[in-house]
Design a protein around this ligand. Structure first.
Ligand SMILES: *Cc1c(COP(=O)(O)O)cnc(C)c1O
Length: 454
């Protein structure tokens, strides 16, 4: 029988996360305040505990994973590394296609990999309440689950349209004990202001972030948790690539190319950075490795954005981060159903892209869903629409191998299953989706509003 699932024992869950900051060519650019000066730690301490801030600013290469976190990880980790042999046959490619299945977590995606340590560190710092925002509900459900594991009360501001359109993600969060409110609410200054202007405001991620941050800053016992973008989130997600390396060791292979969907960049960094560690350490196998971040043509942050300081949210509430950005008032089109809608990107992913250590590609929507359906029909798993971006790019790589005859080893990140996203598949089957490349003029217009720094 052919080996198609490479599994590790529970005690092989990695003991340390990998911090890519230790191997960067240049020091990372610090977050700046509205005055253009580095943000004082006391400002961030209003919404994050010290142990999280320490990780956020750390340049230490290996950071120990607390035993309590490994024990919760063990509910679903180590996640399987699978070989997609039926997809390979369907494509007629000599390439070997592997995927790391992060859809096996309780919340159905990679996001609990960071939600669990965030809840743990907050609890260790004496925090008993956390707030966050959620759009489609992936992050909210992950933090709800993690909060339940460590006895932290979680309050979630869910974008009002999603709250109305995705009732089952809301029930998932409530099942894990979280309070969920449709944002804008009348419970915060930011929410009341928005409702005064328009009582029917449908909400936005930027507004929900403002509400969650305000709610955390206004109480000493409450902090805020973010599901992507920040350095400590990418650090926690390296569990994905670290496990994958052990799994490849078991079968004596090493990837030639690694592909991951890229929204804020946490799952991409999570799978790719541990392999970049090999490259930095001079490992011969990694010298020609390519790591490719895959984004939608309707939100082409890395491939069409600028590398500049910008706000992390739409309302200009967060510190300025140096990153690839489409401008903080960039609005992805309503026709886009596949997620990955963030205007910016993680500072670490951005810097590595700028220094040409990683690559990026943008894929159109219809070909992305087509790839997800093809994968489901070959391998059985229905992928999250975000994951379909990596599948599209992996299939394209495999087809290039078919043309050249190269038996490359391809690894992609299956970041989640799509069981809560069947409405997007429905729209695809009903022919209601179309391709949309964000127009260059519109990008130029929103980039014109970048804050002036220096
Ligand atoms: C949130 C999410 C992503 C994108 O976020 P990153 O921080 O870029 O990883 C990708 N896939 C799934 C399933 C998600 O839930």
């Amino acid at each position: 029988m052919e080996t198609t699932r490479i599994l590790l024992d529970q005690n092989e869950i990695p003991t340390h996360w990998y911090n890519v900051v230790a191997d960067l060519e240049n020091p990372p650019a610090p977050p700046l305040g509205p005055d253009g000066q580095p943000v004082p730690p006391a400002k961030l301490a209003e919404i994050f505990p010290d142990n999280i801030l320490e990780q956020e600013m750390s340049a230490q290469r290996w950071i120990a994973i607390p035993e309590e976190v490994r024990q919760i990880y063990a509910l679903w980790r180590p996640a399987p590394l699978c070989r997609a042999v039926r997809l390979e046959k369907m494509l007629g490619t000599p390439a070997k296609i592997f995927y790391k299945n992060e859809g096996v977590s309780p919340a159905g995606s990679h996001k609990p990999n960071s939600a669990v340590p965030q809840a743990y560190y907050n609890h260790a710092a004496g925090i008993r309440r956390m707030t966050t925002e959620t759009g489609a509900g992936q992050w909210g459900s992950s933090l709800a689950f993690a909060g339940q594991m460590f006895g932290i009360a979680v309050r979630i501001y869910m974008v009002k349209v999603s709250y109305q359109q995705k009732p089952f993600r809301r029930s998932l969060m409530q099942t894990w004990g979280a309070e969920v409110f449709a944002s804008p609410t009348d419970m915060t200054e930011a929410g009341r202001k928005a409702l005064a202007l328009d009582p029917d405001n449908p909400g936005s991620l930027g507004l929900a972030i403002s509400e969650a941050v305000e709610a955390a800053a206004s109480r000493a016992d409450t902090t805020y948790g973010l599901g992507s973008v920040l350095n400590h989130v990418l650090l926690h997600q390296t569990i994905i690539g670290l496990e994958a390396k052990k799994q490849f060791d078991k079968i004596g292979l090493y990837p030639d190319v690694i592909l991951g969907p890229c929204g804020g960049g946490s799952s991409f960094g999570g799978i790719a950075f541990p392999f970049l560690a090999d490259k930095a350490a001079g490992d011969r196998r990694a010298q020609h490795l390519r790591c490719v971040a895959v984004e939608p043509t309707s939100c082409p942050t890395l491939t069409k954005g600028h590398y500049a300081y910008d706000f992390g949210d739409a309302s200009g509430y967060t510190p300025l981060m140096k990153m690839y950005t489409l401008g903080h008032d960039f609005m992805p089109p309503g026709i886009h159903a596949g997620g990955l809608r963030y205007h910016g990107d993680s500072a670490l992913v951005s810097q590595l892209y700028h220094e040409k250590q990683i690559e990026a590609v943008a894929v159109p929507q219809l070909a992305t869903f087509e790839a997800g359906v093809q994968f489901a029909r070959a391998e059985g798993i229905v992928p999250a629409p975000e994951s379909c971006h990596a599948i599209r790019a992996a299939i394209d790589e495999a087809l290039k191998c078919k043309a050249t005859g190269e038996p490359k080893v391809i690894l992609f990140n299956l970041t989640g299953h799509g069981h809560f996203d069947m409405a997007a598949y429905d729209r695809y089957f009903a022919g209601q989706l179309e391709d949309y490349a964000y127009p260059a003029e519109a990008i130029a217009a929103s980039l014109a509003h970048l804050p002036k720094v220096g």
